[in-house]
Design a protein around this ligand. Structure first.
Ligand code: IFM
Length: 458
């Protein structure tokens, strides 16, 4: 594998010894095999079938066929020198109805995969829930129901007991904001609801499920770390006007603090409690229960993609508007704002407390293509990762305890409501043949991993 030129620079931004370098995926986005070996449908299988829900009517039915190609995928990770791999377990493979009978074949698949990773010297981080709720549970109220919390804790226990010897790092839930708000307020994710009260009830139940699953993990006495993964989006006011400053703070409350405050401080943000109460939408929960949401965790997973500039307006429930920014954007339409990852990391330590952090996702979608010579040149992704890593390095120098970095994603995959239109991978997937081609960014990343550092002048 030849290294692209820009890693040959003399000066290096070195990362701390033991810093873990990896890439991430999620079950529904890559596995396919949705009806094999006892897997039952999830809310995403159903959502994909509702007309207009997903671009081009796509689904995760086949995705990257990872369910059959996982050996090849591990070999690829090894070739790239990945030290860690973040994957998620599909709840409907392991407990098809969500609660009740465990499906041994589901466990066999993950045990083999985890053993394969260990044999390859790749240390996993396993997410218990990355959005594929068993459909049967949705039919009984989904995350809006407390029964789903109980079912999740039972499912988590099964995973700990059956796979815990192979998992050094667990993440309970991926991006509670998306589960609650995209799934139940905005409605562009499964289950496709559009109701603030439901969204807030879901947000609470998901955090409760997380906290109880952490407590259940401690009860097992297993070795290993456990945490949660949040998608954090810093918001800057469009001007110094009081209304814009308040709007940016509201956005921050909605997106970040509504999750960070209970998890790290055991209380909901009071400004947002007032705001939501005025909308008549707040679920009734006791202060004692909210305090339990701060069940101690070993790390916080941070997914960072962009920051936003916000101004006050009459729009929407939050009465604010995002101000479009100049400069580079990805095909998702997201602005490229590397300094935001530094700011959010520093802010976590400042506003809450120092806590070990993994960057559990960071990456970008661009319109990649295979060149006639068979190579996939993706200089914009390479620059995106490089510039974000440089800001992560800056945060570490500023004293933030960042333990590792996972590129999103290991390979192109099913990007939820955007179907297969968005290529986030450092590895290209040619869907008709399922052929994998490491992009230039992957080859460059392999060199960064080897050096445990980044060329200072990129
Ligand atoms: O693909 C998703 C992932 O599943 C969760 N975090 C954001 C990624 C890009 O949208």
């Amino acid at each position: 594998m030849s290294a692209p030129d820009d890693v040959r620079s003399e000066r290096t931004l070195s990362f701390p010894e033991g810093f873990l370098w990896g890439a991430a995926t999620a079950a529904y986005q890559i596995e396919g095999a949705v009806s094999e070996d006892g897997r039952a449908p999830s809310i995403w299988d159903a959502f994909c079938r509702s007309p207009g829900a997903v671009e081009d009517g796509e689904s995760g039915d086949v995705a990257c066929d990872h369910y059959h190609r996982w050996r090849e995928d591990i070999a690829l990770m090894r070739e790239l020198g990945l030290q860690t791999y973040r994957l998620s377990l599909a709840w409907p493979r392991i407990v098809p109805d969500g609660d009740g009978e465990v499906n041994p074949e589901g466990l066999v698949f993950y045990r083999r995969l985890l053993e394969g990773l260990h044999e390859a010297g790749i240390s996993p981080m396993v997410t218990l829930y990355h959005w594929d709720l068993p459909l049967k549970l949705q039919e009984r109220g989904g995350w809006g129901s407390r029964d789903t919390v109980d079912a999740f804790v039972r499912y988590a226990r099964t995973c700990y007991e059956e796979l815990g010897d192979l998992v050094p790092r667990w993440a309970t839930i991926n991006e509670p904001w998306c589960v609650a708000m995209k799934g139940n307020l905005i409605g562009d994710h499964a289950p496709g609801e559009k109701d603030l009260s439901t969204a807030l009830a879901v947000a609470h139940n998901v955090l409760l499920a997380h906290a109880r699953a952490v407590a259940a993990f401690r009860d097992t006495g297993l070795a290993g770390d456990i945490g949660i993964v949040l998608n954090l989006t810093p918001a800057t006011p469009a001007s110094g006007r009081e209304q814009d400053v308040a709007a940016a703070r509201r956005f921050d409350g909605f997106f970040n603090r509504w999750f960070l405050d209970p998890l790290l401080a055991g209380a909901y943000a009071t400004d947002m409690v007032e705001w939501y109460s005025r909308q008549g939408a707040l679920p009734l929960v006791s202060t004692c229960e909210v305090e339990t949401l701060a069940e101690p965790i070993d790390f916080l997973g941070v997914n960072y993609y962009y920051r936003k500039v916000i101004r006050a307006s009459r729009n929407g429930m939050l009465r604010l508007t995002e101000v479009p920014q100049e400069g580079e954007h990805t095909t998702m339409g997201w602005g490229v704002t590397p300094e935001g990852i530094h700011d959010i990391l520093v802010r976590l330590a400042r506003d809450y407390r120092p806590i070990p952090i993994y960057i559990t996702e960071n990456g970008a979608a661009f319109p990649d293509k295979i060149d006639p010579d068979g190579r996939v040149r993706d200089p914009r992704r390479l620059a995106y990762i490089r510039d974000h890593l440089s800001q992560v390095h800056r945060a570490i120098e500023d004293g933030v305890d960042v333990r590792g970095y996972y590129a999103w994603s290991l390979m192109d995959n099913f990007e939820w409501e955007r179907g297969y239109s968005q290529r986030f991978g450092i590895v290209y997937v040619d869907y008709p043949t399922q052929h994998r081609i490491p992009k230039d960014s992957a080859r460059w990343y392999a060199q960064i991993i080897k050096k445990n550092g980044l060329p200072a002048e990129g």
